[in-house]
Design a protein around this ligand. Structure first.
Ligand code: HEC
Length: 153
């Protein structure tokens, strides 16, 4: 099979996997996709998850919805650094140059965020509202911590 057909097949497989997820499929990583648009769409989705989780914890108490959203956040933040490849500092982006020049801190921030999202998912799946609350506070704090250093206002 010619090598050039691989991206097409991988794209189709990605789509198939995405449609099997319980939540609406997020943006599918397409070959040659614009990483800036890709990460901004993904982060926007994370913002929506964060708001929905806050609403659930403060008002509805639907912890199963919290668990599934937090799991998706965990996997998104595990792969976040890959959405900031070298050279994607140009164009319509708020990512600051320190994303690339202070990479270790950036990757640690993403990993910490993924870790808090995972703790939140576990707490919510166990039906533990107070552990969910404290994990969510740490999660939200870790978003802000990264933004203060790595994102332009
Ligand atoms: C490791 C660093 C890091 C972490 C952790 C992080 N962000 Fe961000 N975020 C960024 C950067 C950098 C940008 C700017 C991206 C760009 O414009 O290319 C951004 C942009 C955004 C945007 C704007 C997207 C758009 O529409 O352009 C939202 C919303 C957002 N983040 C939400 C979150 C939430 C919610 C969390 C925590 C659950 C979070 N972020 C955690 C680094 C981070």
């Amino acid at each position: 099979m010619p090598l050039s057909r691989f991206p097409l097949i991988l794209g189709a497989a990605g789509l198939a996997i995405a449609t099997m997820l319980p939540l609406q499929p997020g943006p599918v990583l397409a070959q040659g996709a614009d990483p800036v648009a890709e990460r901004q769409a993904g982060l926007k989705r994370m913002g929506a998850h964060g708001r929905a989780i806050k609403e659930a914890l403060d008002n509805t108490g639907d912890l199963s919805d919290v668990a599934s959203r937090a799991r998706e956040m965990e996997s998104f933040f595990r792969t976040l650094p890959a959405l900031f490849p070298p050279g994607s500092d140009k164009g319509d982006t708020k990512a600051l140059p320190v994303v690339w020049s202070e990479r270790a801190g950036f990757e640690t921030g993403a990993a910490r965020t993924a870790g808090f999202a995972g703790r939140l998912a576990t707490a919510a799946a166990a039906g533990d509202a107070s552990a969910s609350d404290s994990a969510f506070r740490e999660l939200a704090g870790s978003c802000g911590a990264c933004h203060r250093t790595y994102r332009a206002r």
